[in-house]
Design a protein around this ligand. Structure first.
Ligand SMILES: *[C@@H]1O[C@H](CO)[C@@H](O)[C@H](O)[C@H]1NC(C)=O
Ligand SMILES: *[C@@H]1O[C@H](CO)[C@@H](O)[C@H](O)[C@H]1NC(C)=O
Ligand SMILES: *[C@@H]1O[C@H](CO)[C@@H](O)[C@H](O)[C@H]1NC(C)=O
Ligand SMILES: *[C@@H]1O[C@H](CO)[C@@H](O)[C@H](O)[C@H]1NC(C)=O
Length: 362
């Protein structure tokens, strides 16, 4: 047995940085960082969609707004994503068109579907596979469409911290451009500030229509009874706008934190003919909370010419043409429309025919 003489001990490296325990610690720290990074990327996917069907909405909204994310992104600079929120009470007839739209852009979007459970909505599979969130029935002339939109916003907020834009889409809605065009359109001027900002959402505007004048606005304001909206929502603050919007992350949190206005808009209407809560709630809330963070217009085109009973023009296969797409994209303002509604289910075939040559050719 060799004796441990002082000479033998001296054979150990003198530089403490090269000694084994230090290397082990370094390796440990590196693997911990790696685990942290990987879990940040993937953890949320495992728990989607976050709640059982009978879970309380309030719990979901609270979780979504108190959920915090680490700022590890500032180091690795991943690209922000668009959350597409499909609100539907029928089959997603245009799924093949959307599938074509999304192909090749997997790392830049997420899909969430709120399908009314009282009608049987089949999953189209593909990019829509397993993207259905726990849903509740929706009805016109009731606040249920607001609740459904809030459920979609909450699920997308919780699911992926890279979701920076939240676009509400209906089953009769289609894209007017390619995915890359729409993505660049939304993020074009903001990516520079994204590079050195940890809260990289703050500079993206929300695209939501906010109008202070409209026919019968006063009757709509009193649809729950005279003065019922007071004092939280005086008539001067009551706004109207399209139900379909694209909100940034900051405004999505504003919506989910709101309890004050939501309490008012949840009151059932006494005058159902003037009851369109989903056309007022989001515009009114965001104009009160952060008007200058909103563009005031929507990017979803809808044709109200000859509308009957609150239903806009429904495009038929005979109307689908390259010329229609040129018209639909043009707006009176300094922007382009990115989406359009409403298209009848029979339009799928003619839309697919012109998809590559017209719709997705920018
Ligand atoms: C959706 O499609 C399925 C067949 O894939 C059909 O059985 C069902 O009735 C459809 N639902 C609606 C609401 O049309
Ligand atoms: C980002 O950094 C650049 C240069 O370092 C600076 O000019 C710019 O103002 C910064 N932007 C923000 C939003 O802080
Ligand atoms: C809007 O709908 C009307 C019919 O209600 C139709 O005549 C017109 O061409 C449509 N406009 C566009 C731009 O599609
Ligand atoms: C543009 O303005 C004209 C006249 O004000 C109006 O008739 C038309 O519907 C508007 N088009 C759109 C796309 O807003």
């Amino acid at each position: 047995m060799a004796k441990l003489t002082p000479k033998a001990l001296n054979k150990k490296p003198l530089n403490p940085l090269l000694s084994t325990p230090i290397l082990v610690y370094l390796a440990l720290i590196l693997s911990l960082l790696l685990i942290l990074f990987l879990s940040q990327q993937h953890l949320s996917q495992f728990s989607f969609p976050f709640s059982s069907p009978d879970a309380n909405d309030l719990t979901l909204f609270r979780r979504a707004t108190t959920h915090t994310t680490t700022h590890i992104f500032t180091l690795i600079k991943p690209k922000p994503k668009i959350a597409f929120l499909f609100l539907t009470n029928s089959n997603l007839t245009f799924a093949p068109l959307w599938e074509k739209f999304f192909v090749g852009n997997n790392h830049l979007f997420n899909i969430y579907v709120h399908a009314d459970p009282t009608t049987y909505v089949a999953s189209p599979g593909g990019v829509f596979q397993n993207r259905f969130i726990p849903s509740k029935p929706t009805k016109r002339y009731s606040p249920s469409l607001i609740a459904a939109a809030r459920r979609l916003l909450a699920s997308a907020l919780l699911d992926d911290p890279l979701n920076q834009y939240f676009a509400l889409i209906s089953q009769r809605c289609i894209p007017l451009f390619s995915f890359q065009f729409i993505y660049n359109y939304l993020f074009k001027n903001q990516l520079k500030s994204f590079a050195n900002s940890s809260e990289f959402n703050l500079l993206y505007p929300s695209y939501i229509e906010i109008l202070s004048e409209a026919e019968n606005l006063n009757i709509r304001y009193n649809a729950r009874g005279e003065n019922v909206m007071m004092p939280e929502v005086p008539f001067e603050d009551f706004r109207v706008g399209s139900q379909f919007f694209i909100l940034n992350r900051k405004h999505t949190k504003v919506v989910l934190r709101d309890q004050k206005l939501w309490n008012k808009f949840q009151i059932p209407c006494t005058n159902k003919y003037y009851c369109y809560p989903e056309e007022h709630y989001f515009s009114t809330l965001l104009s009160m909370e952060d008007l200058k963070g909103c563009t005031g217009f929507t990017l979803t085109r809808v044709n109200w010419t000859g509308a009957v009973y609150g239903h806009p023009h429904l495009y038929t296969p005979a109307e689908v043409s390259p010329e229609l797409f040129r018209q639909l994209r043009v707006s009176n303002w300094s922007y382009s429309y990115l989406f359009a509604r409403k298209f009848s289910p029979e339009c799928l075939a003619p839309l697919m025919n012109i998809a590559d040559d017209v719709i997705f050719r920018d």
